[in-house]
Design a protein around this ligand. Structure first.
Ligand code: UDP
Ligand code: MG
Length: 139
């Protein structure tokens, strides 16, 4: 099934100039980029994006970090791409991430883990709509 998912290259990775390297890993896997932009979230926008985690102990630190610098947000399209991109990202904690994954290669720690990917069709829809209008989805 062809799906779409939301990808974020997080502040730690943009700050280290890793956008190109990470997008290459995404593109080499065959997924197509159908929307993309660079922006910086406000603290409130980061809180809104991660609202599902608002009761977690890491929420305040996470939203500080996610609003600390520019991010690159994109929509990826491909066969089974929600799960496929999660596989390419690797585990949330880079210490548990498999060789060859983005987080294994680039994540700094469990918080500054370089990339985000939607985890299911309903969250993918909500997250794509959080960042992009229909007009910006060009694929
Ligand atoms: N996070 C954190 N501490 C934790 C778990 C998660 O700082 O103990 C951060 C991390 O940046 C992670 C994000 O919160 O990517 C969202 O957590 P989630 O469990 O949804 O992980 P993901 O879906 O990004 O793998
Ligand atoms: Mg998640």
């Amino acid at each position: 099934m062809t799906q779409r998912t939301l990808s974020i290259i997080k502040p730690d990775a943009v700050q280290r100039n890793l956008q190109g390297a990470i997008l290459k890993m995404i593109q080499d896997s065959g997924m197509k980029i159908v929307a993309m932009k660079m922006l910086q979230l406000s603290k409130d926008e980061a809180r809104g994006f991660y609202a599902v985690h608002q009761d977690k102990p890491f929420f305040d630190s996470l939203t500080d970090y996610m609003s600390s610098g520019p991010i690159v947000v994109s929509i990826l399209e491909g066969e089974n791409c929600i799960e496929k991109y999660r596989d390419i990202m690797g585990a949330t904690n880079p210490q548990n991430a498999q060789e060859g994954t983005i987080r294994k290669a680039y994540a700094l720690d469990i918080e500054k883990n370089s990339v985000h990917g939607s985890d299911a069709p309903d969250t993918a829809e909500a997250e794509m709509a959080y960042f992009f209008s229909r007009m910006e989805m060009v694929g």
